[in-house]
Design a protein around this ligand. Structure first.
Ligand SMILES: C[S@@+](CC[C@H](N)C(=O)[O-])C[C@H]1O[C@@H](n2cnc3c(N)ncnc32)[C@H](O)[C@@H]1O
Length: 202
Protein backbone atom coordinates (compact mmCIF):
# COMPACT_ATOMS: atom_id res chain seq x y z
CA UNK A 1 0.00 0.00 0.00
CA UNK A 2 2.89 2.35 0.61
CA UNK A 3 3.43 2.47 -3.15
CA UNK A 4 0.09 4.30 -3.52
CA UNK A 5 0.73 7.73 -2.03
CA UNK A 6 -2.54 9.46 -2.96
CA UNK A 7 -4.44 10.75 0.04
CA UNK A 8 -7.47 8.63 0.96
CA UNK A 9 -5.81 5.45 -0.20
CA UNK A 10 -6.00 3.32 2.90
CA UNK A 11 -8.23 5.33 5.20
CA UNK A 12 -11.23 4.41 3.13
CA UNK A 13 -10.64 0.79 3.99
CA UNK A 14 -11.90 1.82 7.41
CA UNK A 15 -15.30 2.45 5.94
CA UNK A 16 -15.91 -1.24 5.41
CA UNK A 17 -19.49 -1.97 4.49
CA UNK A 18 -19.66 -5.35 6.20
CA UNK A 19 -20.74 -4.45 9.77
CA UNK A 20 -23.70 -2.18 8.84
CA UNK A 21 -24.82 -4.51 6.04
CA UNK A 22 -24.74 -7.54 8.32
CA UNK A 23 -26.50 -5.60 11.09
CA UNK A 24 -29.44 -5.21 8.71
CA UNK A 25 -29.63 -8.97 8.20
CA UNK A 26 -27.62 -9.30 4.99
CA UNK A 27 -24.30 -10.98 4.38
CA UNK A 28 -21.33 -9.01 3.08
CA UNK A 29 -17.74 -9.83 2.27
CA UNK A 30 -15.16 -7.09 1.99
CA UNK A 31 -12.07 -7.64 -0.18
CA UNK A 32 -8.83 -5.67 0.04
CA UNK A 33 -5.14 -6.64 -0.16
CA UNK A 34 -4.62 -4.83 3.15
CA UNK A 35 -6.65 -7.54 4.91
CA UNK A 36 -3.45 -9.58 4.94
CA UNK A 37 -2.34 -7.16 7.69
CA UNK A 38 -2.74 -8.26 11.34
CA UNK A 39 -5.34 -6.30 13.35
CA UNK A 40 -2.96 -4.18 15.51
CA UNK A 41 -0.89 -3.09 12.50
CA UNK A 42 -4.01 -2.29 10.46
CA UNK A 43 -5.42 -0.26 13.37
CA UNK A 44 -2.23 1.81 13.45
CA UNK A 45 -2.32 2.30 9.67
CA UNK A 46 -5.99 3.39 9.75
CA UNK A 47 -5.27 5.92 12.53
CA UNK A 48 -2.35 7.41 10.58
CA UNK A 49 -4.35 7.55 7.37
CA UNK A 50 -7.36 9.14 9.08
CA UNK A 51 -5.08 11.95 10.28
CA UNK A 52 -3.64 12.32 6.80
CA UNK A 53 -7.04 12.37 5.08
CA UNK A 54 -8.43 14.87 7.61
CA UNK A 55 -5.47 17.19 6.97
CA UNK A 56 -5.78 16.68 3.19
CA UNK A 57 -9.51 17.42 3.06
CA UNK A 58 -9.32 20.29 5.58
CA UNK A 59 -6.75 22.01 3.34
CA UNK A 60 -9.26 22.13 0.43
CA UNK A 61 -12.16 24.29 1.64
CA UNK A 62 -13.41 24.86 -1.91
CA UNK A 63 -13.81 21.15 -2.49
CA UNK A 64 -14.76 19.56 0.83
CA UNK A 65 -17.26 20.91 3.40
CA UNK A 66 -15.56 22.11 6.60
CA UNK A 67 -16.97 22.89 10.07
CA UNK A 68 -16.62 26.25 11.86
CA UNK A 69 -13.19 25.23 13.15
CA UNK A 70 -11.97 24.54 9.60
CA UNK A 71 -11.99 20.75 10.05
CA UNK A 72 -13.48 18.43 7.42
CA UNK A 73 -17.17 17.97 8.26
CA UNK A 74 -17.08 14.17 7.85
CA UNK A 75 -13.94 13.58 9.98
CA UNK A 76 -15.80 12.43 13.10
CA UNK A 77 -18.15 10.16 11.09
CA UNK A 78 -15.08 8.53 9.52
CA UNK A 79 -13.52 8.06 12.97
CA UNK A 80 -16.69 6.35 14.18
CA UNK A 81 -16.76 4.13 11.07
CA UNK A 82 -13.07 3.32 11.59
CA UNK A 83 -13.75 2.17 15.17
CA UNK A 84 -16.66 -0.03 14.00
CA UNK A 85 -14.51 -1.51 11.26
CA UNK A 86 -11.48 -2.17 13.49
CA UNK A 87 -13.64 -3.88 16.13
CA UNK A 88 -15.24 -6.11 13.49
CA UNK A 89 -11.88 -6.76 11.80
CA UNK A 90 -10.28 -7.88 15.09
CA UNK A 91 -13.30 -10.16 15.71
CA UNK A 92 -12.87 -11.64 12.25
CA UNK A 93 -9.15 -12.32 12.78
CA UNK A 94 -9.93 -14.02 16.11
CA UNK A 95 -13.00 -16.01 15.07
CA UNK A 96 -12.89 -16.24 11.26
CA UNK A 97 -16.23 -14.62 10.45
CA UNK A 98 -15.21 -14.43 6.78
CA UNK A 99 -16.16 -10.75 6.51
CA UNK A 100 -12.71 -9.72 5.26
CA UNK A 101 -10.77 -11.48 2.51
CA UNK A 102 -7.25 -10.48 1.47
CA UNK A 103 -7.24 -10.39 -2.34
CA UNK A 104 -6.71 -7.93 -5.18
CA UNK A 105 -8.46 -7.21 -8.43
CA UNK A 106 -8.35 -8.39 -11.14
CA UNK A 107 -8.38 -11.79 -9.37
CA UNK A 108 -11.02 -12.67 -6.78
CA UNK A 109 -11.04 -15.94 -4.78
CA UNK A 110 -14.76 -16.72 -5.21
CA UNK A 111 -16.72 -19.12 -7.44
CA UNK A 112 -18.79 -17.58 -10.24
CA UNK A 113 -22.13 -16.06 -9.16
CA UNK A 114 -21.28 -15.92 -5.45
CA UNK A 115 -22.74 -12.45 -4.85
CA UNK A 116 -25.89 -10.57 -5.80
CA UNK A 117 -24.08 -7.22 -5.87
CA UNK A 118 -20.42 -6.16 -5.93
CA UNK A 119 -19.63 -2.60 -4.87
CA UNK A 120 -16.28 -1.26 -5.98
CA UNK A 121 -15.78 2.12 -4.36
CA UNK A 122 -12.95 4.61 -4.75
CA UNK A 123 -10.59 2.28 -6.53
CA UNK A 124 -10.78 1.72 -10.30
CA UNK A 125 -11.06 5.30 -11.57
CA UNK A 126 -9.63 6.93 -8.46
CA UNK A 127 -5.95 6.24 -9.16
CA UNK A 128 -5.22 6.80 -12.89
CA UNK A 129 -1.46 6.52 -12.32
CA UNK A 130 -1.91 2.93 -11.16
CA UNK A 131 -4.91 1.54 -13.07
CA UNK A 132 -5.40 1.95 -16.82
CA UNK A 133 -8.29 1.09 -19.17
CA UNK A 134 -7.02 -2.46 -19.67
CA UNK A 135 -7.01 -3.00 -15.88
CA UNK A 136 -10.51 -1.51 -15.60
CA UNK A 137 -11.85 -3.99 -18.17
CA UNK A 138 -10.14 -6.99 -16.56
CA UNK A 139 -11.48 -5.86 -13.19
CA UNK A 140 -15.10 -5.56 -14.34
CA UNK A 141 -14.89 -8.94 -16.13
CA UNK A 142 -13.89 -10.45 -12.80
CA UNK A 143 -16.47 -8.52 -10.77
CA UNK A 144 -19.23 -9.59 -13.18
CA UNK A 145 -18.02 -13.18 -12.92
CA UNK A 146 -18.59 -13.24 -9.16
CA UNK A 147 -21.64 -10.93 -8.93
CA UNK A 148 -24.88 -10.48 -10.87
CA UNK A 149 -24.66 -6.71 -10.54
CA UNK A 150 -21.65 -4.41 -10.17
CA UNK A 151 -21.61 -0.80 -9.02
CA UNK A 152 -18.56 1.39 -9.58
CA UNK A 153 -18.21 4.72 -7.75
CA UNK A 154 -17.14 7.42 -8.31
CA UNK A 155 -16.34 8.21 -11.94
CA UNK A 156 -13.80 10.85 -10.90
CA UNK A 157 -10.18 10.45 -9.87
CA UNK A 158 -8.83 11.46 -6.46
CA UNK A 159 -8.26 15.02 -7.73
CA UNK A 160 -11.93 15.26 -8.79
CA UNK A 161 -11.26 14.96 -12.55
CA UNK A 162 -13.82 12.95 -14.59
CA UNK A 163 -12.72 9.54 -15.93
CA UNK A 164 -11.23 10.42 -19.35
CA UNK A 165 -11.88 7.03 -21.02
CA UNK A 166 -15.56 6.76 -20.11
CA UNK A 167 -16.80 6.69 -23.73
CA UNK A 168 -14.29 3.98 -24.69
CA UNK A 169 -15.04 2.03 -21.51
CA UNK A 170 -18.81 2.12 -22.17
CA UNK A 171 -18.38 0.95 -25.77
CA UNK A 172 -16.16 -1.93 -24.55
CA UNK A 173 -19.02 -2.90 -22.21
CA UNK A 174 -21.37 -3.18 -25.19
CA UNK A 175 -19.01 -5.58 -26.97
CA UNK A 176 -19.08 -7.71 -23.77
CA UNK A 177 -22.91 -7.72 -23.65
CA UNK A 178 -22.86 -5.76 -20.43
CA UNK A 179 -25.78 -3.39 -19.79
CA UNK A 180 -25.00 -0.19 -17.95
CA UNK A 181 -26.81 2.65 -16.26
CA UNK A 182 -25.29 5.91 -15.07
CA UNK A 183 -26.94 6.66 -11.73
CA UNK A 184 -26.99 10.19 -10.32
CA UNK A 185 -26.11 10.12 -6.63
CA UNK A 186 -25.14 12.59 -3.94
CA UNK A 187 -21.35 12.65 -3.37
CA UNK A 188 -20.89 11.75 0.31
CA UNK A 189 -17.27 12.86 0.62
CA UNK A 190 -16.59 14.98 -2.44
CA UNK A 191 -19.74 16.82 -3.66
CA UNK A 192 -18.43 16.39 -7.23
CA UNK A 193 -18.68 12.58 -7.05
CA UNK A 194 -22.22 12.51 -8.41
CA UNK A 195 -22.13 9.46 -10.71
CA UNK A 196 -22.22 5.72 -10.06
CA UNK A 197 -22.00 3.19 -12.89
CA UNK A 198 -24.31 0.16 -12.54
CA UNK A 199 -23.43 -2.91 -14.65
CA UNK A 200 -25.35 -6.11 -15.35
CA UNK A 201 -24.89 -8.89 -17.92
CA UNK A 202 -27.50 -8.87 -20.72
C1 LIG B 1 -9.54 4.59 -1.42
S1 LIG B 1 -9.57 2.99 -0.72
C2 LIG B 1 -11.29 2.53 -0.91
C3 LIG B 1 -11.76 1.59 0.17
C4 LIG B 1 -13.27 1.29 0.15
N1 LIG B 1 -13.63 0.59 -1.06
C5 LIG B 1 -14.12 2.54 0.32
O1 LIG B 1 -14.80 2.94 -0.62
O2 LIG B 1 -14.12 3.13 1.40
C6 LIG B 1 -8.79 2.00 -1.88
C7 LIG B 1 -8.51 0.61 -1.32
O3 LIG B 1 -8.22 -0.25 -2.40
C8 LIG B 1 -7.30 -1.22 -1.95
N2 LIG B 1 -6.67 -1.81 -3.14
C9 LIG B 1 -5.49 -1.51 -3.71
N3 LIG B 1 -5.27 -2.26 -4.80
C10 LIG B 1 -6.35 -3.08 -4.92
C11 LIG B 1 -6.72 -4.09 -5.84
N4 LIG B 1 -5.94 -4.40 -6.90
N5 LIG B 1 -7.88 -4.74 -5.65
C12 LIG B 1 -8.69 -4.43 -4.61
N6 LIG B 1 -8.40 -3.47 -3.70
C13 LIG B 1 -7.24 -2.80 -3.86
C14 LIG B 1 -6.36 -0.44 -1.03
O4 LIG B 1 -5.70 -1.28 -0.13
C15 LIG B 1 -7.31 0.55 -0.37
O5 LIG B 1 -7.76 0.08 0.88
Amino acid sequence: MTSFPDPCWTARAARATSPPRCARGGRATSVDPCYATPAPALAELVRRELDRVTAWTSSQPGRFPLDDAGVWLHASAWQTAARTFLTDYALDRDHGTGHYQAAALPGLPFPGGTFSVALCGFLLFTYPRHFDLDFHLRAIDELLRVAREVRLHPLNDSAGNPYPYLTQFLSELQTRNVDYQLLEVRGQSDPRDTLTLRLTRS
